[in-house]
Design a protein around this ligand. Structure first.
Ligand SMILES: [Zn+2]
Ligand SMILES: [Zn+2]
Length: 126
């Protein structure tokens, strides 16, 4: 009797587990490197982390692309989990606010949407 292998959920599980393992490995790699490159201080609130509390310090990708991991660390920033969350919330907030004209958010740093907004305004006028 020939057994026909059925591609059941176990195969999918394996693929998912494999993908998870890969991304975990990749994260461990850039995390380790970023932690060697930078002092263990949150780039926003300036708190210092050591020992078990290092778990609260995360590697933020400045361009939000987790696949962009230059070895010189130029795309990384160490942020504590709280500031990291705020950072992502802020960017989403700006994206939302950028769509409604009239509300000028005070932006001290580079705003990737400023140019887009200007271009949209010009288009509307023309
Ligand atoms: Zn922080
Ligand atoms: Zn991030």
């Amino acid at each position: 009797m020939a057994k026909i292998p059925v591609p059941g959920p176990s195969k999918l599980d394996r693929i998912v587990a494999e993908a998870r393992r890969h991304s975990a490995e990749r994260e461990a790699t850039y995390r380790e490197r970023a932690f060697k490159l930078y002092p263990h201080i949150c780039g926003r609130c300036g708190r210092e982390f050591s020992g078990v509390r290092l778990r609260e310090l995360t590697v933020h990708h400045k361009d939000h692309n987790h696949d962009n991991n230059p070895l010189d660390g130029s795309n990384w920033e160490l942020l504590c989990i709280y500031c990291h969350e705020n950072e992502h919330a802020r960017v989403e907030d700006e994206a939302v606010r950028g769509r409604s004209p009239g509300t000028q958010a005070p932006v001290a740093t580079h705003n990737p949407f400023a140019d887009l907004r200007q271009r949209l305004d010009q288009k509307n006028k023309g």
